[in-house]
Design a protein around this ligand. Structure first.
Ligand code: NDP
Length: 244
């Protein structure tokens, strides 16, 4: 029987690539999407072409009831969840003087509370199975901070605290919990930046380039695999050396 991986926010970007990479490595995939689009349907086909199952489930991770229902649907379909990747995330950047309470709260609600909402519903099944991998997508700005991103950086720092605390809580059940902290990765999230800004960012990265979704997906694949069986509570930066 294939292992089952549940990836949130998998309609595009890093989440989509994680789903494809895990499918190439024999995992049955459960994709969460908020809004259905053609890209989601193409991704589903691409995953199925790798000879594994692909189940899709609609829901907003910031809504607890949606998360409860999505996990129930997956358990009904597959009976288990071996790997959970909390990837769904948003930005609403501005300096504090301009940032509304709504923009602060919505980023925390999706990025941090969303991670809780999904994990809380998945963890009982992993505990029962006495096995599981949880991989949370944080960000290097959760470690370094970034002007214009107090909401986003706070949410991603929160994800790191969440990861380490949960790793301690569930280690005795053989559930490993780690975070991946990407730097600047080329996706729609960073496409909003002007080319000149991206070039300037690349100059300050030791590897002199932005990362790709594949760079992040390969690390998630490692953390989901048996090769990482003695690693828990860690944050792995995938940032071309930006933060060192
Ligand atoms: P994208 O904006 O390209 O994709 C984000 C995904 O999250 C989309 O599929 C989106 O779906 C989904 N999503 C957003 N809100 C919700 C929600 N409430 N419920 C369910 N799904 C939701 O971002 P990236 O691929 O770049 O980012 C993926 C993760 O990586 C995020 O957590 C991000 O913070 C993190 N990251 C990205 C970096 C980068 O440079 N790109 C750097 C560091 C971290 P929909 O279209 O339906 O809204």
């Amino acid at each position: 029987m294939n292992k089952v991986a549940f990836i949130t926010g998998a309609t595009r970007g890093i989440g989509k690539q994680i789903a494809i990479t895990l499918s190439e490595n024999g995992y049955d995939i459960c994709l969460n999407y908020r809004k259905k689009n053609d890209e989601l349907l193409n991704t589903k086909k691409e995953i199925e072409n790798n000879g594994v199952k692909c189940f899709t489930t609609q829901g907003d991770v910031s809504n607890y009831e949606d998360c409860q229902r999505m996990v129930e649907e997956i358990i009904k379909e597959h009976g288990q969840i071996d790997v959970l990747v909390n990837n769904a995330g948003i930005t609403k950047d501005s300096l504090i003087l301009r940032m509304s309470k709504e923009d602060f709260n919505s980023v925390i609600d999706v990025n941090l509370t969303g991670t809780f909402n999904v994990t809380k519903n998945v963890i009982p099944y992993m505990m029962k199975a006495r096995s599981g991998r949880i991989i949370n997508i944080s960000s290097v700005v959760g470690i370094s901070g970034n002007a214009g991103q107090i909401n986003y950086a706070a949410s991603k720092a929160g994800v790191i605290g969440f990861t380490k605390s949960l790793a301690k809580e569930v280690a005795s059940r053989n559930i490993l919990v780690n975070a991946v902290a990407p730097g600047f990765i080329q996706t729609q999230m960073t496409d909003v930046l002007k080319d000149s800004v991206k070039e300037e960012i690349a100059k300050n990265i030791p590897l002199k380039k932005l990362g790709t979704a594949e760079d992040v997906a390969k690390v998630v694949k490692f953390l989901a695999s048996e090769d990482s069986s003695y690693i828990t509570g860690q944050v792995i930066n995938v940032d071309g050396g930006m933060l060192m």
